[in-house]
Ligand binder design. Structure first.
Ligand code: GLN
Length: 479
């Protein structure tokens, strides 16, 4: 059976062209491998062998007819279970949607399929993407394939884990406050949060609409760039999706980085674990060696980011989650009256974190508090975005840690939500500003836990971000 655990997209393309393997063989190998790994990690909530085999056969047929099978032909992929998939259960890791089967594909999923990718399953995550450890999934936590007693990060923990374990070559996740970059850093894979509006949110189950981003995970920079290229671009079904043309990231990323100016935001190095700090320092040496000019910059409003984020995201979540009332979608509690049915359904089927956020969000939006909380948070958000604009007038890109610490133990932060919220301290700002940012593997701690380096650039400057990431990776990164 073909080993798919280290194949890259380019290797799949050449292997298919040379008839070394067929797309069907790859799909079957991926499914079998995923079935064998899942009892250890719980990274998949659903596997869809029939869907995968049908997609793979379509690729093989196109190849047999001599047609172009697409940019991601035959590539086994997984999709976070907050993205709607036609005919395949989409739970958002919530008991509320346990049996929900969407009648349509999210645009990002549709584009993956159109590019020839083969979806093998849906990846576990925190319930409605709320969390930093994947422990808020109603269907059990995910274990980090690198160290099974550790969390994979969250909320896209399953999407990062499947790529790290090698059962999928690439995957899709969503990032509202760090949910792509933080799990990518914890699992040692590449994770990309594109500019807000670069990838359509149509069919992404909404958590906080002004912050939600869809983006890829992959084992290397090139594969992440290719996957983003396949899903990016204007979509009429999402009014916030951008018209800006999509670059050929594959071509752009190979341009030299010598002379690039890199800013190091000094506020992102406070409260950092020493080992993470050492890895980032070593990464900066690599970048200097490539001819980049490194200097310190300041993003002075960073200390307000977490408070600002938890007001805006809970406010938007309280509104978005109001639709799960027991009338629509699947799960419904039995009750004597309509009001009682609403209460019981929400009480029984939402997990603790969702309830906490709905209550907080309802409070900050309530009459009399709106100006004091929500409006003020929007103003702070603007100041945070202004910090980035100022920084990007001086430098081409920012480099920082992704998370203050590497993957923590399962259960370690569950009792203290504030501690959990702090794991996103360096990632939330990028979402608030809507700029592209990514995590690139940056060595391992003495215990063997991956560390991630974050790269951030100005709006729609994904090419520049990939260029830096690719050069760093090609230079060997950090051990
Ligand atoms: N951990 C953050 C939260 O719980 C971010 C989640 C996300 O990006 N979806 O809100």
């Amino acid at each position: 059976m073909q080993d798919i655990s280290s194949l890259t997209i380019a290797e799949i393309r050449s292997g298919l062209a040379a008839r070394k393997f067929s797309a069907l063989e790859l799909a079957r190998a991926a499914i079998r491998f995923a079935e064998a790994e899942n009892p250890k990690t719980n990274a998949y909530l659903t596997l869809c062998p029939e869907v995968a085999e049908a997609a793979a056969r379509a690729v093989d047929d196109k190849l047999a007819r001599g047609e172009d099978p697409g940019l991601l032909a035959g590539v086994p992929v997984a999709v976070k279970d907050v993205l709607s998939t036609k005919g395949v259960r989409t739970t958002c890791a919530s008991r509320l949607l346990e049996r929900y089967v969407p009648p349509y594909d999210a645009t990002a999923v549709e584009r993956l399929k159109a590019a020839g990718a083969v979806m093998i399953g849906k990846a576990n995550c925190d319930e409605f993407a709320m969390g930093s450890s994947n422990e808020n999934s109603a269907f059990g936590a995910v274990r980090n394939p690198v160290a099974l007693d550790r969390v994979p990060g969250g909320s896209s923990g399953g999407s990062a884990a499947v790529v790290a374990q090698g059962t999928a070559v690439a995957s899709l996740g969503s990032d509202t406050g760090g949910s792509i970059r933080q799990p990518a850093s914890f699992c040692g894979v590449v994770g990309v949060t594109p500019t807000y509006g670069r990838v359509s949110r149509y069919g992404l189950v909404a958590f906080a609409s002004s912050l939600d981003h869809v983006g890829p995970f992959a084992r290397n920079v090139e594969d992440a760039a290719l996957t983003l290229e396949a899903i990016a671009g204007r979509d009429e079904l999402d009014a916030t999706s951008a018209f800006a043309p999509v670059d050929s990231y594959r071509a752009e990323m190979k341009k030299p980085v010598s002379g690039m100016k890199i800013g190091i935001p000094k506020e992102y190095f406070e409260g950092l674990s020493p080992e993470t700090g050492d890895k980032i320092a070593a990464a900066l040496d690599v970048l200097r060696g490539l001819g980049c000019e490194v200097r310190e910059v300041s993003l002075p409003h960073t200390p307000y980011a977490i408070s600002c984020y938890y007001i805006i995201c809970t406010a938007e979540a309280s509104s978005n989650l109001a639709r799960y009332d027991g009338v629509r979608y699947t799960s419904r509690a039995e009750a004597a009256s309509l009001g009682e049915m609403y209460r019981k359904t929400r009480g029984e089927y939402f997990g603790m974190e969702c309830k906490r956020r709905i209550m907080l969000g309802t409070y900050v939006l309530s009459h009399g508090y709106y100006d004091a909380y929500y409006l003020k948070a929007q103003k702070v958000r603007n100041l945070i975005a202004g910090d980035f604009s100022q920084a990007f007038s001086e430098v081409d890109a920012l480099v920082a840690p992704v998370s203050p610490f590497p993957a923590f133990r399962l259960g370690e932060k569950m009792a203290d939500p504030m501690q959990m919220y702090l794991s996103d301290i360096y990632t939330i700002t990028g979402d608030l500003a809507g700029i592209p940012c990514m995590s690139v593997p940056c060595g391992k701690t003495r215990e063997g836990l991956p560390v991630g380096m974050q790269i951030l650039t100005g709006h729609f400057e994904e090419s520049k971000m990939f260029r830096l990431a690719y050069a760093f990776e090609q230079a060997g990164g950090v051990a």
